[in-house]
Design a protein around this ligand. Structure first.
Ligand code: UD1
Length: 417
């Protein structure tokens, strides 16, 4: 089994061009099935999750060509309504194919989705909203059968601004009769990217990025060319790689606005950050300041997908920090691994108290999920001696060429097969 081996202590310096966003391209790829049209998409990252979505689209009958970071999808030949089991279970975002396939075929069969084990992650809001749009949904033996030949626009009030549920509703409503209004919609930038892609293809969506999204049903979509937004979580992870190694990293291809929550906390930790239109330089401090409180929240709050990484940084801060995870139930699996490396962290439900230690020491660790795995890499960059990280398939779900990029920045890291 592949593992990562790191020897910590090197200062990282240099430039990284940030790849396209995993959480933007996945719903966009789901959206490609709706129109029976051709989509040419640029800035598509090479990640396991993207490959899974590509395999699902091929299994449904789509034609796909991939050249470097360009993907061309022709969804005209789509002729299946069942999402293959093993692929649906590998990735939780497969659930957004429900909305897209209802738009396209009026019918879809999918097994309960998988993904990171970070809490119960129910899909009740997705199912309720699709029913409100007129879909009939039956659940049996681990499968969800949905039918809805004629979805009708309606008003949907979400109990919580769920990213996936907002995307699923948008996808289902694209060709529905009339207008759909989503209230308390998630405001994440990836939803704006989905709106931009779909509107470029001829959809009529307004309001993405605010808590009210309005979708007017259209009859058809046109061929479209689109450029995926940069990955704000990948950018944030490299920012912490710089912060934790007293480094100096320049990030190209970033949208500064998307990073404000992370920038504010890293400044509190003592980092110097300079930015212009779409690049950013971050200089790590000699001594990392503790942070009184990091609370994860829906966008524009501090992202839950950066919680594990900032915890790695705070584990060697000067003083005690508190992290409150409000988005997911069970997102502290990296804590026991960081403790193996000498961190002093205690958790109480959704709160973690991190007492900064002088230094971390290398240890044998296991990635338990995607961002938790990234936090172990970051900890290993700063730790004294050798760190081993197993189960790195989790990390490959979200970081393109991670170890090579870190090595180019000066890290002592290798992938062992
Ligand atoms: C997306 C992101 C993920 C990120 C998360 C929050 C993708 C592919 N994944 O996940 O990286 O961590 O947003 O920013 O874009 N919930 C329910 N019922 C539902 C749906 C969600 O209770 O029907 C709960 C979840 O269990 C969780 C919270 O709502 O506690 C937020 O989940 P949601 O915003 O839906 O996250 P995802 O779309 O799964």
């Amino acid at each position: 089994m592949e593992k990562l081996i790191l020897y910590g202590g090197n200062r990282l310096t240099g430039e990284v061009s940030v790849s396209g966003a995993k959480n933007a391209i996945l719903p966009i790829l789901a959206a490609t099935v709706i129109g029976g049209n051709e989509s040419t998409i640029f800035n598509v990252p090479k990640l396991r999750d993207v490959e899974v979505m590509e395999e699902i689209l091929i299994a449904l009958g789509c034609n796909i060509k991939r050249v470097d970071n360009m993907m061309w999808v022709d969804s005209k030949p789509l002729n299946q309504i069942k999402i293959p089991d093993e692929l649906a279970r590998e990735m939780r975002s497969s659930i957004i194919l429900m909305g897209a396939m209802l738009s396209r075929c009026g019918e879809v069969i999918i097994s309960y989705p998988g993904g990171c084990e970070i809490g119960p992650r129910p899909i009740d809001m997705h199912l309720k909203a699709l029913k409100d749009l007129g879909a009939e949904i039956e659940e049996s033996h681990g499968f969800i059968y949905s039918k809805g030949k004629e979805l009708k626009g309606t008003e949907i009030q979400l109990d919580y601004p769920s990213v996936g549920a907002t995307e699923n509703i948008i996808l289902a409503a694209i060709k529905a009769k009339g207008t759909t209004i989503i209230r308390n919609a998630a405001r994440e930038p990836e939803i704006v990217d989905l709106q931009n892609y779909l509107n470029k293809a001829g959809a009529k969506i307004n309001g993405a990025g605010t808590s009210i999204v309005i979708i007017e049903g259209v009859d058809q979509l046109e061929n479209v060319t689109y450029n995926t937004m940069p990955d704000r979580i990948v950018a944030g992870t490299y920012m912490i790689a710089s912060a934790i190694t007293k480094g100096e990293i320049i990030l190209k291809n970033v949208i500064i606005d998307h990073l404000q929550g992370v920038i504010a906390k890293l400044k509190e930790a003592g980092c110097l950050i300079y930015s212009d239109e779409n690049s950013l330089k971050i200089i790590g401090p000699e001594k990392i300041n503790s942070i009184e409180m990091v609370q994860t929240l829906p966008y524009p709050g501090f992202p839950t997908d950066m919680q594990a990484q900032i915890m790695a940084l705070l584990s060697i801060a000067n003083g005690t920090s508190i992290i409150s995870e409000t988005v997911f139930e069970n997102r502290f699996k990296h804590v026991e691994e960081l403790i193996r490396m000498g961190a002093n962290i205690k958790t109480f439900g959704k709160v973690a108290i991190i007492k900064g230690v002088k230094e971390l020491t290398g240890a044998k660790t296991t990635a338990k999920d995607l961002r938790g795995g990234a936090s172990l890499v970051l900890a290993g960059l700063a730790a004294k001696g050798k760190t081993e990280i197993e189960n790195i398939y989790h990390i490959k779900r979200g970081y393109e060429n991670f170890h090579n990029t870190l090595r180019e920045l000066g890290a002592h890291i290798e992938l062992v097969k």
